[in-house]
Design a protein around this ligand. Structure first.
Ligand SMILES: O=C(CO)[C@@H](O)[C@H](O)COP(=O)(O)O
Ligand SMILES: [Fe+2]
Length: 214
């Protein structure tokens, strides 16, 4: 699997319906949805109510990236709003037990569970959970904002995790600073799903932008 997940964070929020249509018409089947709480990250984006509207307005799978401090408390709302994937940050969790509890809660609801790691977090942090998760989200920027520069620290982590993929059955997603140049080494390292915000939504022709990445 190799797929592009445009990040809605870089869209024009006053024109959401046609923004969604433009990426569906570009052939995208998955949309990345960045939830920021102004606490875990120094920015505020959108929550579960807007996700429910987006779910009604398009057919794409919704890849929810929770950059929030208490994901265990808020996760039900995103499940109910139509998430297909839910990523939460390992840095936001207080213990291994709570992390396991949240993974189980997501999977019991029939949603794919994913652990996200910041650029400063070792890939080894996710190893205890590999039997249970569906995806690992490797951040290639410090979370909080779109349009930042790609941090190559993600490449080594993806290469290391990629070696474990066949045995453990998860996919790898990369997020931050992905463009037609940076995507190349990440793809070679074994990444499956590529988030692209500014590289897609800052281009007039969305189809061309997605094709350039693929
Ligand atoms: O989670 C985040 C940022 O915290 C991302 O999903 C960005 O929204 C990706 O945007 P680009 O770096 O591709 O512009
Ligand atoms: Fe994201």
């Amino acid at each position: 699997m190799v797929d592009i997940a445009p990040s809605l964070l870089s869209a024009n929020f006053a024109d959401l319906k046609s923004e969604l249509k433009s990426i569906e018409e570009a052939g995208c089947s998955i949309l990345h949805y960045d939830v920021m709480d102004g606490h875990f990250v120094p920015n505020i984006s959108f929550g579960a109510d807007i996700l429910a509207n987006v779910h009604q307005a398009c057919k794409m799978e919704l890849d929810v990236h929770l950059m929030i401090s208490d994901p265990l408390f808020y996760v039900d709302r995103f499940i109910k709003a139509g998430a297909s994937y839910i990523s939460f940050h390992i840095e936001a969790m207080e213990s291994i037990e709570k992390t396991r509890e949240l993974i189980k809660k997501i999977k019991d609801a029939g949603v794919k569970a994913s652990l996200a790691i910041n650029p400063g977090t070792s890939y080894e942090a996710v190893l205890p959970f590999l039997d249970d998760i569906d995806m690992i989200l490797v951040m290639s920027v410090q979370p909080g904002f779109g349009g930042q520069k790609f941090n190559p620290v993600a490449i080594k982590k993806i290469a290391a995790l990629s070696k474990l993929k066949e045995e453990k059955h998860f996919i790898i997603e990369v997020d931050g600073g992905i463009n037609a140049t940076t995507i190349q080494d990440v793809r070679k390292a074994g990444c499956d799903l590529f988030v692209a915000g500014s590289a897609v939504f800052n281009q007039q022709d969305r189809k061309k932008a997605v094709e350039a990445l693929l």
